[in-house]
Ligand binder design. Structure first.
Ligand SMILES: C[S@@+](CC[C@H](N)C(=O)[O-])C[C@H]1O[C@@H](n2cnc3c(N)ncnc32)[C@H](O)[C@@H]1O
Length: 251
């Protein structure tokens, strides 16, 4: 059996009881380490009482066969920070397991996709989620800019997920993301990203020191959000209740 276990957002204490019991009974446990970031791998080992193999993108995406062949004869778990389906790559592992005839069970947990609910923008009113990658000389995809424009045209909110380069320990900040959006605005000039655009920066949602700041881009771009992970929200049309909650994060 292959178990895909959501770990939640902050630390090993966020595992569900169901997830914990399964992990204690599995013969091999992997921790997926490249689509998110959580407190400590050692603490996870302590709480489940066995070694945990840190699995990078190569292992999960290209060497999935070795995980699946072990799961044919024994119980193998892959722990995924947040929720199992909060990143697109894990659907691939799920489908490969089905194709290989390996039974799969999923234990869900909290995801950044729902943790942003704390900001007060109605979750049902979000449009498409988008991701901002670290720009390179010849690689500056404009997708986030266009997604924000489309969502705003419909009055919908946008969640922008920020790039992680786990092998280089690089995690995009809210400020870096806003800088890159301004660069796209200068290139495309559609008037989507302006200095007075209302934006909300979030850091470490689910952690005791989570930080949320709302305000015009010109102010939020200078805020120090501290340690990763960060994400950015661009509100669409606001109901008065949403406005009231957003006021909590303005300064
Ligand atoms: C692929 S997504 C989410 C993966 C995870 N499986 C989940 O369900 O939450 C990873 C991105 O979400 C955002 N993110 C994840 N956890 C976060 C947190 N606790 N606070 C703020 N942003 C977070 C960051 O922008 C990060 O690069």
């Amino acid at each position: 059996m292959l178990y895909l276990i959501g770990a939640g957002l902050y630390d090993e204490q966020d595992l569900t009881l169901r997830g914990l019991k399964i992990l204690q009974s599995c013969s091999v446990v992997y921790l997926e380490s490249y689509t998110s970031l959580q407190a400590s791998h050692a603490d996870l080992e302590k709480v489940i009482g066995k070694p945990v193999i840190v699995a990078d993108r190569l292992l999960i995406e290209q060497k999935a066969d070795s995980i699946l062949s072990a799961a044919k004869d024994s119980d193998v778990a892959v722990v995924i920070i947040g929720d199992v389906f909060g990143a697109t790559t894990h659907t691939d592992l799920y489908m490969r397991a089905h194709a290989a005839g390996v039974p799969v069970k999923v234990v869900h947990n909290a995801s950044v996709l729902t943790a942003v609910g704390e900001v007060g923008l109605e979750l049902y009113k979000y449009g498409k989620t988008t991701s901002m990658v670290f720009f390179e000389d010849k690689y500056k995809p404009a997708t986030p800019y266009h997604v924000i424009a489309e969502n705003r045209a419909r009055g919908a909110h946008t969640l922008v997920l920020l790039d992680i380069k786990a092998d280089e320990q690089r995690y995009m900040t809210v400020g870096q993301c806003l800088d890159q959006l301004l660069l796209l605005e200068r290139e495309l000039g559609l008037g989507v990203i302006t200095d007075d655009l209302l934006v909300v920066g979030c850091a470490r949602l689910g952690a005791p020191d989570r930080k949320i700041v709302a305000g015009p881009l010109r102010d939020v771009i200078h805020v120090d959000f501290g340690a990763p992970l960060h994400c950015l929200l661009i509100p669409g049309n606001l109901h008065f209740v949403e406005e009231e909650v957003l006021a909590l994060w303005k300064r």
